[in-house]
Design a protein around this ligand. Structure first.
Ligand code: OXD
Ligand code: MN
Length: 583
C-alpha cells in the first residue's frame, strides 16, 4: 500500500468502477513473481517451458485477434483536436471516458485487480516518470515487471510524488476487437486501454506512457521522448566508447542493431558494441550542454521472427532465461520454443501459436508473424555497464533509419541539425507486422514516431528545431540510413546485421571529422571506398547504386514530401519548408 492520498483515492474509484474480487499490490519481488507464475500456469495463461534448458521461461498464447498494435483504435483524447493533429485519431476526453468507463464497469468481477506502481527510467534520476498500472491480467502484470521498474523502492517514491504520476488503466474485458480502445489523455496524465492484452496496447508504461504521453511531457518540459535505441561503440581510433541513438519505425530491426554481434575480424581490429536500450530513448540536455540519453524501459519486448544464432546470437541469448514468449511454437518433446527462421530443425511434435498441432509440412506457419518475447534487459550479453547510469549517456550521433526498397541510400549525413530534422520529417518506410493493417505499404513516418507522437506533428518538429537551437554547437550530428534496398530479384543488397558496423564506422569517422564527403540533394554521401566492403560477398555495382541518390527518384520524392507537408493541420516549421524548397 502506498501512502499518497491521490493514489489511494484513484484506487478506490477504480475499485468501485471495476468491482474486482480482490486487490493485489505488485512489488516485483522474486517471491511474488514466483507465485504469479504458478497461478498463471494453473489457469493456463502461461505454459512452463523446460526449466533446465530455459530457466524461468514461459509461453503465453494470446487471443487470435489480439496480436499487434492497433493504430486505428488508438486515440489522443485532448481538449482541442488540433493539439492531437492530423497524424492521430482524436476523441473528446469526456466522451471517451464515458464510453471507456461503460466498457470497464464491473469488468473485473470475479477477477483480481493487480496494482502495479512502476517507474520508467532510473527512479533515482531526473529522467524518472512514475506511473501506476491497474490490470486484471496476470500476464500483463508479469510483463510490466519485466519491462518497467517495479520494486519496493519505486513504490516508496510515490509518498512524495503528490499527483505527479500517470494513471494507467487496463481492462482485458473479453478481447472484443470492435470494442478495443487505446486512449491517451495527455492533459489528465492518464491512459485507458480496453479489450487488448498485446504488449504495445497493454503494457502501458511502454508506448502509451514512455512515448505518447512522454513526448507531450517532453515538449512542455524541454526534453525528447523518442522511438530510438541507444548503443555504445568502441572503435580503435577513439579513446572512449561513443554512444549513438537510432530511430527506426516498428519492426525494422532496432533490437538487432542495438545488440548486434560484429564479426571476429572487426573485433580483432578493436571494435566492440554495447547495448543501452533497444526501443525507447529519453533525451535531455545535460549540465555540460550535450544531449544525454536514457533507456526508458528495463526490458526487451522483441519480435521473434527472424531471430537466430547466425544473424544475431545476442538477441537470441537475451531470450534464453526469465522470458515470456507470446505466440510461438511449442516443442512438445522437450518443452522449448521454436519459430520460423530460428534454425533448420523444426520440432516434429509441436503445437502452434493457436494451440493446434503443427508440423513443418502442414502448410501453415506455426508462430504468429508478430510473435514476441519479453525479457529483462539484464539478460543481454552485450549490455553496457552504463545502461542504468542516472545521468544517461552522452550522444555523439543520431541515426534516422528507414525501411525502403528503393530511393533512400545506405547512409548519408545531414548538413546540420535543422537539415537532420528535415530528414526526420520526411522519413518514409514500408509498414510491418508490428501494427494491424497491410504490410509493405510505403508511408511517411517522421522520426519513426507516426504512431507514437502524442501531440501535433508540426509542434513536434518545431520542438526538435528548438532543441537544436539550445544545443548549438554541442548538437550531435544526424545521419540517415536504409539497410533495406533490394535488387531486381527483390533480394537485399546490403547484408545488414553485424555488417552494419561498417556503416557505423563511417558515421563515427565523420563525427571525428576524418573523412570527406560527396554532396547530394538529400545530404552528404560517403566517398567511394570510405565504407569498407572488403571480405563481403557483395556485387560492387549494386553496392555503388545503394550508396548514391538517383536524381529522378529524388525529384519524384520531393513531390510526395510536398504533398505530405500539405496534409499538416498546423504550419510546418519554416526552417523545414526552406530546406525543402532548396532540395
Ligand atoms: C514495439 C513496436 O513493439 O514498435 O516496439 O511496435
Ligand atoms: Mn517500438
Amino acid at each position: 500500500m502506498i501512502r499518497n492520498k491521490y493514489v489511494q483515492s484513484w484506487i478506490q474509484e477504480m475499485n468501485e468502477l471495476l468491482s474486482p474480487e480482490d486487490i493485489v499490490w505488485v512489488d516485483g519481488s522474486e517471491s511474488q513473481m514466483k507465485l504469479f507464475k504458478s497461478i498463471a500456469c494453473g489457469t493456463l495463461e502461461l505454459i512452463e517451458l523446460n526449466q533446465d534448458l530455459m530457466p524461468g521461461c514461459y509461453l503465453h498464447r494470446s487471443d487470435e485477434s489480439d496480436v499487434c498494435r492497433v493504430e486505428d483504435r488508438t486515440f489522443i483524447c485532448c481538449e482541442n483536436k488540433i493539439d492531437a493533429g492530423f497524424t492521430n485519431n482524436w476523441w473528446e476526453p469526456n466522451e471517451a471516458i464515458n464510453k471507456l468507463f461503460s466498457i470497464a464497469k464491473d469488468s473485473y468481477q470475479g477477477r483480481i485487480m493487480y496494482v502495479i506502481p512502476f517507474s520508467m527510467a532510473n527512479p533515482n534520476s531526473e529522467f524518472c516518470k512514475l506511473g501506476i498500472e491497474i490490470t486484471d491480467s496476470i500476464y500483463v502484470a508479469l510483463s510490466m515487471v519485466t519491462m518497467s521498474r517495479v520494486s519496493k523502492e519505486v513504490s516508496k517514491k510515490f509518498s512524495s510524488a503528490g499527483e505527479n504520476w500517470t494513471k494507467c488503466l487496463h481492462c482485458s474485458c473479453n478481447c472484443d476487437k470492435d470494442e478495443r480502445y487505446i486512449c491517451h489523455f495527455p492533459e489528465k496524465n492518464m491512459v485507458i486501454s480496453v479489450n487488448s492484452s498485446y504488449g504495445g496496447n497493454a503494457l502501458l508504461g511502454k508506448k502509451c506512457l514512455a512515448l505518447r504521453l512522454a513526448s507531450y511531457m517532453g515538449k512542455k518540459e524541454g526534453w525528447l521522448a523518442e522511438h530510438m535505441l541507444i548503443m555504445g561503440i568502441k572503435a580503435p581510433y577513439n579513446d572512449e566508447v561513443k554512444y549513438i541513438c537510432a530511430s527506426f519505425p516498428s519492426g525494422c530491426g532496432k533490437t538487432d542493431l542495438a545488440m548486434m554481434k560484429i564479426s571476429e575480424e572487426y573485433e580483432k581490429k578493436g571494435y566492440s558494441v554495447e547495448c543501452v536500450g533497444d526501443d525507447i530513448s529519453w533525451l535531455r540536455i545535460g549540465p555540460d550542454g550535450r544531449l544525454w540519453a536514457m533507456n526508458a524501459e528495463h526490458g526487451v519486448f522483441g519480435a521473434c521472427a527472424g531471430i537466430n544464432r547466425k544473424n544475431n546470437p545476442n538477441v537470441l541469448e537475451t531470450s534464453r532465461k526469465n522470458t515470456i514468449f507470446t505466440n510461438v511454437i511449442l516443442n512438445n518433446d522437450n518443452k522449448t520454443v521454436w519459430w520460423e527462421g530460428l534454425d533448420d530443425n523444426p520440432p516434429e511434435n509441436a503445437t502452434d501459436w493457436l494451440g493446434d498441432s503443427w508440423d513443418k509440412d502442414c502448410g501453415r506457419i506455426g508462430a504468429q508473424k508478430n510473435s514476441r518475447f519479453a525479457a529483462p534487459i539484464t539478460n543481454c550479453p552485450c549490455l553496457s555497464k552504463e545502461y542504468d547510469n542516472p545521468n544517461g549517456v552522452p550522444i555523439s550521433a543520431i541515426i534516422l533509419g528507414v525501411k525502403r526498397k528503393k530511393m533512400t541510400p545506405l547512409v548519408f549525413e545531414a548538413q546540420d541539425w535543422n537539415h537532420g530534422v528535415f530528414i526526420g520529417s520526411i522519413m518514409s518506410s514500408e509498414t510491418t507486422v508490428a501494427s494491424s493493417g497491410k504490410v509493405g505499404v510505403l508511408r511517411h513516418d517522421p522520426f519513426g514516431m507516426l504512431p507514437f507522437c502524442g501531440y501535433n506533428m508540426s509542434d513536434y518538429l518545431q520542438h526538435w528545431i528548438d532543441m537544436g537551437a539550445k544545443l548549438g554547437d554541442k548538437a550531435p550530428k544526424i545521419f540517415g540510413v536504409n539497410w533495406f534496398r533490394t535488387d531486381d530479384k527483390e533480394e537485399y543488397i546490403w547484408p545488414g546485421f553485424g555488417e552494419n558496423i561498417r556503416v557505423i564506422d563511417w558515421i563515427l569517422r565523420r563525427c571525428n571529422g576524418s573523412l570527406d564527403v560527396e554532396m547530394s540533394s538529400l545530404g552528404l554521401l560517403p566517398k567511394e571506398g570510405d565504407i569498407k566492403i572488403d571480405g563481403l560477398v557483395i556485387d560492387e555495382k549494386k553496392f555503388k547504386s545503394i550508396c548514391n541518390l538517383d536524381a529522378k527518384m529524388w525529384n519524384d520524392e520531393t513531390k510526395k514530401i510536398k504533398e505530405f507537408y500539405s496534409k499538416f493541420d498546423k504550419p510546418v516549421p519554416r526552417e523545414l519548408i526552406e530546406i525543402l524548397n532548396q532540395s
